[in-house]
Design a protein around this ligand. Structure first.
Ligand SMILES: C[S@@+](CC[C@H](N)C(=O)[O-])C[C@H]1O[C@@H](n2cnc3c(N)ncnc32)[C@H](O)[C@@H]1O
Length: 390
């Protein structure tokens, strides 16, 4: 162990706590749990450190080879990827898709705040992952009040060992969290630490009226935000989004999108020009508001020379596609649309709806879930976000 290693081990937890408290993510009611359940006990020896606010991972770090880098990653406010491709990729570099992580501390404590737990409440967590969040909940509420479900057997086994090693004994279940965990119901709180494209009704059914569900939710097009839903009678739940997020998808809801080759290139179609730059519709919030309004849309980007690119739009039902070409310095952009739907027009209408309302952020949107479906809204449940007719 060298000097730097010792410094980070000793100073890291306190320095991270101070910065989380300063930002307001860690509040005093969660500080005892933060101190009693140190993050390093839940980070595996082999990791791919992430970057705060970015969907990017550094190269693999092995604790025994690079202890300084390992400790620095643990006490940085950033997510840490701990598994790729459901465990199929373990090499250096990166796999295709990150499938487990120890989440960014700011996100962990913001979601725990949003859960607003109280002594004696029963909580169901979906996505045990490394076990840190479950252990934090155990420290706050008592192990007997915490159930946590993990779909991946290896993750579940390792997490259970870490949680037990830290002195807690919640109910650890291996299974599909979309089914909840009926034997432990009713819950006062449900927290998902993997994202969803639709809220499983089982979570609502297993939560008592007045209870709260906190879950990252994102439409097919992209963008994602944490929803805080309050459960009402009749299998319904409603509440606001509290801020953007970027979690791994619940395994059973992973997006499986058709390949480009599934779309007929076909003759015909329409050509036009637009003043709306493809570059102005591509950030996380834009994707979210477009995805709310055009639910069956997805996109791919094809890079060209000198920063130019082509934005491809497809509908998931494989009827229509469109392209919009971006080039630096232009004030109008070429668009081509094929099939019964004019996908660029739909996207542009959605963007202009959002622009016309003063460009609201994630936290002005909300979601209502009933047994008949989901409705996104702006500012209040009686102002539904318009959805493109198909
Ligand atoms: C971001 S990690 C969870 C972080 C975790 N709470 C922690 O404290 O480390 C997401 C986890 O959700 C799990 N997951 C994905 N689909 C799931 C499902 N259907 N049921 C339960 N867990 C699932 C993944 O295997 C992964 O371990």
């Amino acid at each position: 162990m060298n000097a730097y290693d010792v410094d980070v081990q000793e100073a890291g937890p306190q320095a991270l706590a101070s910065s989380l408290m300063e930002s307001g993510a860690l509040q005093s009611n969660w500080l005892p749990a933060y101190e009693a359940v140190p993050r390093h006990l839940f980070v595996p020896d082999v990791i791919w450190p992430g970057r705060a606010g970015m969907n990017r991972q550094d190269d693999r770090v092995i604790r025994s080879d690079e202890p300084d880098d390992w400790w620095a990653a643990v006490y940085r406010d950033a997510p840490i990827t701990t598994q790729w491709d459901d465990g199929a990729y373990t090499g250096p570099g990166k796999g295709r898709m990150p499938t487990c992580s120890n989440s960014m501390p700011t996100m962990v404590f913001s979601m725990l705040n949003a859960l607003s737990v109280d002594t004696g409440q029963r909580v169901l967590e979906i996505g045990t992952g490394t076990g840190w969040n479950a252990a934090l909940l155990c420290q706050r509420l008592g192990s007997e009040n915490v159930m946590t479900v993990e779909v991946d057997e290896a993750n579940a086994r390792d997490a259970r060992e870490r949680i037990r090693g830290a002195g807690f004994h919640p109910k650890c279940i291996v299974g599909d969290g979309a089914e909840g965990y009926p034997p432990g119901a009713p819950y006062d709180r449900v927290i998902a630490t993997c994202s969803i494209g639709s809220v499983p009704l089982t979570w609502i059914e297993q939560t008592r009226p007045g209870g709260v569900i906190v879950a990252p939710w994102g439409p097919t097009y992209g963008g994602e935000a944490v929803a805080r839903l309050t459960v009402a009678d009749g299998g319904t739940a409603s509440g606001p989004f509290i801020g953007s997020s970027a979690f791994m998808r619940l395994r059973q809801q992973r997006k499986s999108l058709p390949p480009k080759s599934a779309y007929l290139t076909g003759a015909g179609g329409t050509r036009s020009r637009t003043a709306l730059s493809p570059d102005d519709v591509g950030d996380w919030l834009h994707m979210f508001v477009i995805g709310l309004q055009v639910p069956a849309l997805f996109c791919r980007v094809e890079s060209g020379a000198d920063g130019a690119y082509r934005l491809w739009l497809y509908d998931t039902e494989v009827t229509s596609w469109a392209v919009a070409d971006y080039e630096k310095g232009r004030i109008e952009y070429d668009v081509a649309q094929y099939g019964p739907r004019n996908l660029w027009d739909e996207l542009e209408t959605a963007w202009r709806w959002w622009d016309g309302r003063g460009r609201p952020g994630f936290d002005r949107f909300g979601l209502t879930v009933t047994p008949d479906g989901e409705t996104a809204w702006l500012d209040s449940p009686d102002s539904p976000v318009p959805v493109t007719e198909r």
